[in-house]
Ligand binder design. Structure first.
Ligand code: HEC
Length: 400
């Protein structure tokens, strides 16, 4: 394994060209480019992920990992004698403005307006207030001096709800541009995934790539599905491509372990130091199967639960039994629908007809699986698909 890695991925450039960009093709552009953070297309883009925060531009806030959350900016009412409070999350809900006061009602979660959710109550003993909501951030300037700077103010009528933990600013038509500007500035939110845990308060946030520490590198955690012994939120990467092989993982781990501790960029044409890399002793450990993606522990259970209803019992659909004890043995038969392909071709999802049925590949006969008789469509969840793909790529091994 080590020899294979040394030969194929000798330098940082090899790693970038053969491993990192591969994870973005053949669907080049769909995964990581300028519009999707992090951009990984060039070696410089890849290096820019060193010490860079993770999940700063989540397509979907539910997939943000607590360990990526930064200490949030703070909010205060200008001209009021109340302390600043850390921002949990903000959300602009567009919609016809409601004159809540005139209507004699209070806005709610989900009402149109600019919502600011705070970590602690803002100590203002009123239900409603006209004024400037001020956003404050702590900067470290060139001289290393820490400064608290108000960087934006939004003046409107604010409703103070939930004992001061939730503020709703009215947004009239002429104020929409202002709100968009504010969002574009990128308010740092302490509880981006809205689960009540302020990640930065628990421990130092992890980075996309943390020099010396693959275990604290979110890019790697996202590929493994775990980081520091805990599951990572969101689907496994690379989503649309083959997961990394052991030599590929080894190259990435040794590259990150060998990064200069001061965050400086390494010479990408220099050889990766496999000899003193701590992961070279036992590369098998980096096998993604080591993360619980086994036949017995995972894959057989997903198939039994999602497929066994039709592919099991006395008369399984297409004579394919995915439920019984010896289900594993049938997996390497030729497909009925495409006899040129096996159902599972170890090491190669793209040549595995069962996989093609799962991802609704355009070449399949019949319906995508798991078939849903009501809609004719159906899909496993991303995490389940990712695990099955990892398992096939790593040889579709049976663990006893
Ligand atoms: C509601 C019943 C139903 C469920 C649930 C279901 N299947 Fe199927 N499956 C069928 C039927 C019917 C066919 C044949 C018609 C077709 O392919 O559309 C089939 C065909 C297949 C084939 C083609 C077999 C061959 O030899 O070419 C595969 C592979 C397959 N299913 C896998 C799965 C997997 C994996 C799951 C679970 C993730 C699943 N199916 C869930 C009913 C089902």
């Amino acid at each position: 394994m080590v020899l294979e890695a040394i030969e194929l991925y000798r330098t940082g450039n090899d790693l970038h060209k053969k491993v990192i960009t591969r994870t973005c093709s053949p669907n080049g552009g769909v995964c990581h480019n300028q519009s999707e953070y992090p951009d990984l297309r060039t070696p410089a883009n890849f290096l820019a992920t060193i010490n860079a925060p993770c999940n700063v531009q989540p397509g979907d806030w539910t997939s943000v990992d607590d360990r990526c959350e930064q200490a949030g900016d703070r909010f205060m009412m200008a001209d009021r004698d109340a302390p600043e409070v850390e921002i949990g999350h903000v959300e602009y809900i567009p919609g016809d403005i409601q004159d809540y006061r005139e209507a004699g009602i209070l806005p709610e979660v989900g009402s149109p307006g600019f919502h600011v959710f705070l970590r602690e109550p803002l100590a203002i003993d009123r239900e409603e207030i006209w004024g400037g909501g001020r956003f404050v951030r702590t900067f470290i300037n060139d001289q290393g001096i820490i400064e608290d700077l108000p960087y934006a103010t939004f003046t409107t009528r604010w409703w103070i709800l939930d004992e001061g933990r939730h503020l709703v600013g009215e947004v009239r038509n002429y104020q929409i541009d202002r709100i968009n500007e504010l969002n574009a500035v990128g308010i740092v939110q302490g509880d981006l995934n809205r689960n009540g845990i302020y990640g930065a308060r628990q421990e130092r946030p992890v980075s996309l790539l943390t020099p010396g520490s693959p275990e604290r590198s979110y890019l790697i955690g996202r590929m493994r599905g775990t980081m520091m012994g805990q599951p990572v939120a969101g689907s496994r990467m690379p989503l649309a491509n083959q997961p990394l092989t052991i030599p590929e993982m080894l190259a990435l781990f040794c590259f990150v372990e060998g990064l200069p501790a001061d965050g400086a960029w390494p010479d990408m044409s220099a050889a990766i130091d496999y000899a003193s890399c701590s992961y070279s002793d036992d590369p098998e450990n980096l096998n993604l199967l080591g993360e619980g993606v086994t036949w017995k522990g995972r894959v057989s259970k997903v198939l039994q639960a999602n497929c066994g209803g039709c592919h099991g019992g006395n008369n399984p659909a297409e004579d394919l039994d995915l439920r019984s004890e010896d289900a594993y043995e049938h997996l390497f038969n030729a497909s009925v629908q495409r006899p040129g392909l096996k159902l599972i071709e170890p090491g190669n999802p793209e040549q595995s007809y069962l996989w093609l049925k799962l991802i609704n590949d355009e070449s399949i006969e019949g319906y995508p699986m798991p078939y849903n008789p009501l809609t004719g469509e159906g899909s496993l969840r991303e995490g389940e698909l990712g695990d099955i793909q990892t398992w096939i790529t790593n040889g579709a091994i049976r663990d006893e």
